[in-house]
Design a protein. Structure first.
Length: 282
């Protein structure tokens, strides 16, 4: 066949993460910044934290509020303890995911539970639709062993955290934004085609090695925003590569953010602030 039946999305833009700090001084790389929230709707933020220097992470994220969206923390290495205002507590360990729906409000802490060694992971923020921003808070701790892991004959591995990869359902299915969240390890020379729902915004973040997408090299610590034309994305591993692939249904609603609150209007942000200050956030 001379004609290609399957069209891959291409790289629309590459973005390099910005070093910053958050919480009580945790050094991290902010990959998805506020100026990209409209383009990558429903995704609001992606941070990578990666350090084997305890001074970079030990202070953690002491008690702080959230309202109006979901946080997804994925640990590759290290341990983080979560405690929240609902009395929930969990230990997020290597390979595990915590999927938290802040809804109308949560006050929680996320603190490292190690005093040395490598801490490496990601926190992704996914928006909630206006109609569901004020639902009760919820969270789910997902140990590494509960995340479907596919291994190919070529040695490639795919962890299906959310959405579907071929016939394999991820451990999380989220109604509002139907996110696809994959962690892929591709050995040098291998390729994969991943279906992406038409109309969904998508990006790839390479955290080790380098990947080719339709002839464009995407190096480590680069996010590739994918154009919206095509049935999915064809990934070719130029070297051994580790990457996250994300896509989601855009909400097409106004986005108003003030720090840990993400609502649809300035008035709703002021309400969130007032509720927090007056103990009515939850
Ligand atoms: Mn938090």
């Amino acid at each position: 066949m001379s004609e290609q039946q399957w069209q891959s999305r291409t790289v629309e833009q590459q973005v390099r993460g910005t070093p910053t700090s958050d919480g009580a001084g945790v050094k991290l790389t902010r990959v998805l910044t506020q100026n990209l929230q409209r383009r990558l709707d429903p995704f609001l933020m992606l941070d990578e934290f990666r350090s084997d220097n305890p001074g970079d992470y030990i202070a953690g994220f002491p008690s702080h509020p959230h309202r109006g969206f979901e946080t997804v923390t994925y640990m590759l290495a290290g341990r983080m303890r979560h405690r929240d205002s609902g009395g929930n507590e969990g230990l997020l360990a290597s390979g595990g995911v915590q999927w938290m729906t802040a809804g109308r409000g949560v006050i929680h802490s996320e603190m490292p539970e190690q005093s040395d060694g490598l801490m490496h992971g990601f926190q992704l923020w996914i928006n909630l639709p206006a109609a569901r921003k004020m639902i009760p808070a919820a969270y789910r701790d997902i140990p590494a062993g509960d995340i479907p892991l596919l291994t190919g004959h070529d040695g490639a591995t795919v962890k299906v955290i959310a959405g579907h990869y071929g016939a394999q359902a991820g451990v999380m299915q989220v109604l509002d934004t139907t996110p696809l969240y994959l962690d892929m390890q591709l050995p040098a020379g291998s390729s994969r085609e991943v279906a992406i729902t038409p109309g969904h915004n998508a990006f790839v973040y390479v955290y080790q090695g380098s990947v080719q997408i339709e002839g464009v090299a995407v190096a480590a610590q680069q996010m590739a925003i994918l154009g919206n034309e095509g049935a999915g994305v064809r990934l070719h591993a130029a070297t051994d590569v580790s990457l996250l692939l994300l896509s989601g249904r855009p909400l097409h609603e106004p986005i108003a953010q003030y720090g840990p609150f993400v609502m649809n209007s300035h008035a709703e942000l002021e309400q969130a602030m007032a509720d927090y200050q007056q103990g009515r956030l939850l």
